[in-house]
Design a protein around this ligand. Structure first.
Ligand code: ATP
Ligand code: MG
Length: 404
């Protein structure tokens, strides 16, 4: 038998009545975006559940995609059949014959939301259980932890059967918490920070600073590729490339070596904040991890942070590098992050950056530059590309083709 749809149960949704539908609509759109790589699949959502209608699509692939989408508690592929006792009997027999292996135990759980159906749930259990014994005489029924738990649900429009439930990714639907700007380098930490922000429902836009010709097209591609990886969790992501060469050259020319890093970061922060403002973001997200490098001491964070009062989320701030790497591997960004393309910060990085930069000093050095003009020109020069789950699928397909 072929699965007709996947029934999706919601995760931690807002309990507030008014917000519930907004959350559900976000989740439905996210599921649609992520599953858009399977053109036959259609997604709908109501108050209690969402449904992905397979229309012939390979359910195992759809299952793998759904496992990643934030805001889903769990989901079950189901068979939709006509609401008749005879049809149900032969359906449970057919399914059991397909999945039963010697020695397995089973249980039948029936539920009836259509109370006009001719059998109630107890009678359904008996009748359909009987049909199972008829088809597989040796099968053992077991109420506690059976190998097969065959669920039957009689609803208004049809009857549904399922026996597999997959755990969802949990978290909140991407976008249900609002929008934030992710400062995305090509490193290990910021994609993980982005993933964790997505998990709590933040719709991210990736802001990447590039300094050609000092940074290579490879570095830019890396940031693109990392963004693509993040589309699995909630759908499309806008990638915003910021031209940063002029600013880096200006800092290099005007400021002492020890403050290059600090000033670079302050400019990045200002520009990200400006972009956030025009694009209606609420927050900035970055991959800073306390004490990891000179720019990430508390003194540094304070001096860098001083250019804005916008809240900054640092999802990996208290994590050890190894913990961050574990997540990077899990979400498949690690291999991309370790590709050897120099980031704009690495190229202009002093050998010994100041670990306790002072706000007053940073401000002093910035007086030597036209900060406002530099920021404005950078913001005016941004390039925005929409990155989709389809782009990720194409990249993976290409990789597979090359291997074969
Ligand atoms: P990552 O692994 O994310 O690159 P890192 O350990 O290399 O982090 P830094 O280079 O000090 O740390 O950067 C700290 C944070 O600043 C990054 O996590 C990222 O959020 C932001 N950042 C650094 N470089 C860039 C860039 N080129 N474009 C956008 N954001 C950047
Ligand atoms: Mg970095």
């Amino acid at each position: 038998m072929q699965y007709s749809e996947i029934m999706i149960r919601y995760g931690e949704l807002s309990t507030k009545h008014k917000n519930r539908m907004r959350f559900i609509n976000k989740l439905r759109n996210n599921i649609s975006d992520v599953l858009s790589i399977y053109p036959q699949v259609k997604v709908t959502a109501d108050r209690d559940r969402a449904h992905a209608y397979l229309n012939g699509a390979d359910y195992t692939a759809v299952v793998e995609s759904l496992k990643q989408v934030f805001g889903i508690q769990n989901f079950s592929p189901v068979y939709k059949v006509e609401k008749s006792v005879e049809v149900l009997k032969s359906a449970v027999q057919e399914i059991m014959k397909e999945i039963y292996k010697e020695g397995m135990t089973f249980k039948l759980t029936s539920k009836r939301s259509d109370h006009n159906f001719e059998l109630d749930s107890r009678e359904l259990n008996q009748t359909l259980g009987g049909a199972v014994f008829e088809a597989i005489p040796n099968v053992q029924a077991q109420m506690k932890n059976p190998d097969i738990n065959l669920q039957v649900e009689i609803r208004e429009e049809a009857a549904y059967l399922s026996y597999e439930t997959f755990r969802g990714a949990g978290g909140l639907p991407v976008g249900s918490s609002g929008k934030g700007m992710l400062m995305l380098s090509g490193g290990i930490d910021s994609p993980v920070a982005g993933y964790l922000a997505l998990k709590r429902g933040v719709d991210i836009e990736a802001v990447h600073f590039a300094s050609p010709p000092y940074t290579s097209p490879g570095a830019l591609k890396k940031a693109h590729d990392l963004t693509r990886k993040l589309t699995k969790f909630g759908g499309n992501i806008q990638f915003i490339e910021v031209p940063f060469t002029e600013i880096q050259e200006e800092i290099k020319a005007k400021a002492p070596e020890a403050y290059l890093m600090t000033l670079t970061r302050r400019f990045m922060m200002r520009i990200t904040d400006r972009i956030r403002e025009v694009r209606n973001g609420l927050v900035i997200i970055n991959g800073e991890s306390l004490g990891q490098v000179a720019s990430q001491t508390l003194e540094s964070m304070q001096t860098i942070n001083a250019v804005t009062s916008t809240p900054i989320i640092r999802p990996v701030v208290t994590m050890d590098k190894l913990e961050i790497i574990d997540i990077a591997q899990e979400i498949d960004t690690f291999e991309i992050s370790i590709q050897p393309f120099e980031d704009c910060c690495t190229i202009f990085a002093p050998d010994r950056p100041k670990t306790n930069p002072k706000i007053e000093n940073a401000e002093q050095y910035e007086k030597r530059m036209d900060v406002e003009g530099l920021v404005e020109r950078a913001v005016a020069g941004i390039m925005i590309t929409k990155i989709t789950p389809q782009a990720e699928k194409d990249a993976v397909d290409e990789l597979i083709d090359n291997l074969l």
